[in-house]
Design a protein around this ligand. Structure first.
Ligand SMILES: Nc1ncnc2c1ncn2[C@@H]1O[C@H](COP(=O)(O)OP(=O)(O)OP(=O)(O)O)[C@@H](O)[C@H]1O
Length: 305
C-alpha cells in the first residue's frame, strides 16, 4: 500500500504556544486513522496542516504524493474537508447548501441530491441549515465534504456534542465511507469512538504524537490484567481463591465488594471455568484495558477529554 499521507517534523507555534511540536505521521491508503487527544493537544492544528489549509513553521508533508502547501489545486478535487457545521452559509436550506458546495467542484444538482439522500436528509432538504439538529448538521457537513467523491476525507471532531444515538448513527455513516475504499482521517477526543472506528490511532498530547498503532495492539502492549466479574453471593472470594490456586490459574486479586465478585487475571479462561464449575456465572463480565489505560500509561495522568 502507498501512503496517503506522510508527514515528518511538523511544527507550529502560536505566540508562546507550541501547538504542534515535531509530529510525524504515516497514514496508509484506505486506512481509518484517528488523531486522538485531550483538548488543546494540537489535533486540529495538525489536521489543518495535513489538509493544506494552514502553513507549518517546519516540516515535510506529502498528501497523495504531493505537497499540500502552498495550496495545491490538483489536490482539491481529491480530498474532502468537513467544515464545522457553524460554517454553513446563512439562510440556505440543506439542499441549497449542498448544491452550493457541489457547484464549487463543477458537480451538478443530481449527484448532490443523491448525497443528501445518502446521509438521510432528503426529508429535510428544504429546512434551513441552521435549523437542523446537531446530528443532522454534522451529516450535512459530511455530505458537503463528500459531494465531489474524494478519495481522502478529513473530519474534525465530527461527533462532538451529539447525543449517544446520533453519535452511533454517524459512526455507521463513517464506517460506510471508509468501507468504500476512502482514506478517513478523523480527530476525536472520545477514546471509545477511536477504539470502535479506527484501524490505527495516533495518541497526541502537548503537540506531540506519543504513540501510533491499532487500538487493540496499543492495549495489548500494556500487558494489563483482565477483570472477570460475576454477581456477589454466588460463591465466596475465599472459595474462589482456593479453587484458582488448586487449578494453578493466575489471579492477581479476588475481591467482593458486595455487588460483584471480581478476579484480576492474565488468563481469564481458567478463571471463568472455575466460576462455571461453581454455577457462579450470573452477571458475568470480562473487562480488559482500554485506550484510557494506554493514555494513562503514556502520560502518567488520567485522560480528560
Ligand atoms: N489560531 C490560533 N491562535 C493561537 N493559539 C491557537 C490557535 N489555534 C490553536 N491554538 C492553541 O494551540 C493549542 C492546540 O490547539 P488545537 O486546536 O490544535 O488543539 P486540539 O487538540 O484540536 O484541541 P480541541 O480538542 O480543543 O479542538 C491550544 O493551546 C490552542 O489554544
Amino acid at each position: 500500500m502507498t501512503a496517503a499521507i506522510a508527514a515528518e517534523g511538523i511544527r507550529k507555534r502560536y505566540g508562546d504556544i507550541q501547538a504542534v511540536d515535531g509530529v510525524a505521521l504515516t497514514i496508509e491508503t484506505g486506512e481509518f486513522h484517528g488523531i486522538l487527544g485531550p483538548n488543546g493537544a494540537g489535533k486540529t492544528t495538525t489536521l489543518e496542516i495535513l489538509e493544506g489549509i494552514r502553513e507549518p513553521d517546519e516540516g515535510r508533508i506529502e498528501l497523495l504524493g504531493m505537497s499540500p502547501w502552498p495550496r495545491n489545486p490538483k489536490l482539491l478535487p481529491r480530498i474532502g474537508v468537513q467544515f464545522q457545521a457553524s460554517a454553513f452559509f446563512d439562510g440556505l436550506s440543506a439542499r441549497e447548501t449542498i448544491h452550493t458546495f457541489a457547484s464549487l467542484y463543477g458537480i451538478g444538482p443530481k449527484p448532490a441530491d443523491a448525497m443528501l439522500e445518502r446521509v438521510g436528509l432528503t426529508g429535510l432538504a428544504g429546512t434551513r441549515a441552521e435549523k437542523l439538529s446537531g446530528g443532522q448538521a454534522q451529516r450535512l457537513s459530511i455530505a458537503c465534504a463528500l459531494v465531489h467523491d474524494p478519495e481522502l476525507v478529513f473530519l474534525d471532531e465530527p461527533t462532538t456534542g451529539l447525543d449517544p444515538q446520533a453519535r452511533r448513527n454517524l459512526w455507521d455513516l463513517l464506517r460506510d465511507i471508509n468501507a468504500e475504499g476512502r482514506t478517513v482521517v478523523l480527530t476525536t477526543h472520545y477514546l471509545d469512538e477511536a477504539e470502535i472506528l479506527c484501524d490505527r490511532v495516533s495518541v497526541m498530547d502537548h503537540g506531540r504524537v506519543l504513540k501510533t498503532g491499532a487500538p487493540a495492539t496499543l492495549v495489548r502492549e500494556l500487558d494489563e490484567t483482565v477483570r472477570v466479574s460475576v454477581e456477589s453471593g454466588l460463591v465466596t472470594a475465599d472459595a474462589v481463591r482456593d479453587l484458582l490456586t488448586a487449578a494453578g490459574a493466575d489471579a492477581t486479586s479476588v475481591e467482593d465488594d458486595g455487588v460483584s465478585l471480581s478476579v484480576a487475571t492474565r488468563t481469564p479462561a481458567p478463571v471463568i471455568s472455575v466460576l462455571a464449575d461453581q454455577g457462579a456465572l450470573r452477571g458475568l463480565e470480562v473487562r480488559g484495558a482500554t485506550l484510557e489505560d494506554v493514555f494513562l500509561h503514556l502520560t502518567g495522568r488520567e485522560y480528560r477529554a
